[in-house]
Write a new protein. Structure first.
Length: 238
């Protein structure tokens, strides 16, 4: 049985989630706005970027390197599949909020199939059957409804965001089953494994960073978000 505090916590999340929906619905529900490349808070962003980079250099990256060394690739893939499968709940909810009924059905189908036949999501049996994963989050939902991008911002621990995608973190966290794992120790362990596994898959991409790390990562993030919103590569049509 869920604890009273957990129920109260979920209720508060739901109320905030609905409030955001209503406020964004008053803005627009017709046009997806591309991201803003403005960086008016660059000074503060660079300071937070340096803080995050220090934590990564001395904590997260060594853990990821150790994990990569002792964990076979097939096992890493099972772990990735497991956490990606949990993300289908977020994908389905945001696809529904964007009135993408086909994607909603696909995400729910993927979650149901992979959670059962795929051994709790560790094996992706849905993709070979033509049920392709389509990532969605609340920031993309806000963009679909025409909410402005807002400037680029770097958050402690969470890293690069736009103001719009940053606002989407809280509703998305309410849709993540990891947040409801009890006791707290197990929840922290689960989130830690997820984070280290994600960082491990990024080890090979570090050599792609050239020039100023801050500017490179900022531009790469914004271009990726723009593509996710418009479906067009940056620069297309300009």
């Amino acid at each position: 049985m869920a604890k009273t505090s957990d129920i109260s916590k979920f209720g508060k999340m739901k109320n905030i989630f609905l409030a955001i929906l209503l406020s964004c619905g008053m803005i627009s529900i017709s046009h997806a706005e591309v991201v803003s490349y403005d960086d008016p808070w660059e000074g503060a962003n660079r300071a937070i970027f340096k803080f995050n980079d220090t934590i990564d250099t001395y904590t997260l990256k060594p853990l990821a390197q150790g994990y990569d060394k002792v964990t076979p690739k097939p096992i890493q893939n099972l772990v990735s599949n497991f956490f990606n499968n949990l993300g289908e709940i977020r994908n389905a909810a945001n696809a529904l909020l964007q009135f993408k009924l086909g994607e909603t059905a696909t995400a729910l189908g993927r979650f149901g199939l992979n959670s059962t036949v795929g051994m709790l999501g560790m094996v992706d049996v849905a993709t070979p059957l033509g049920m392709e994963e389509k990532y969605e989050d609340f920031g993309l939902t806000l963009a679909k409804w025409g909410a402005p991008s807002g400037p680029y911002v770097v958050l402690p621990i969470f890293g690069p965001k736009t103001l719009r995608s940053g606002l989407g973190l809280y509703p998305d966290s309410a849709l993540n089953p990891q947040g409801y794992i009890s006791p707290d120790k197990d929840r922290y362990i689960t989130k830690g494994i997820d984070l280290v596994n994600i960082r491990t898959h990024l080890l090979g991409s570090e050599e792609l960073v050239v020039g100023d790390r801050y500017s490179f990562i900022r531009d790469a993030y914004l271009q990726r978000r723009e593509y996710m919103i418009t479906g067009e590569l940056p620069g297309d049509g300009f």
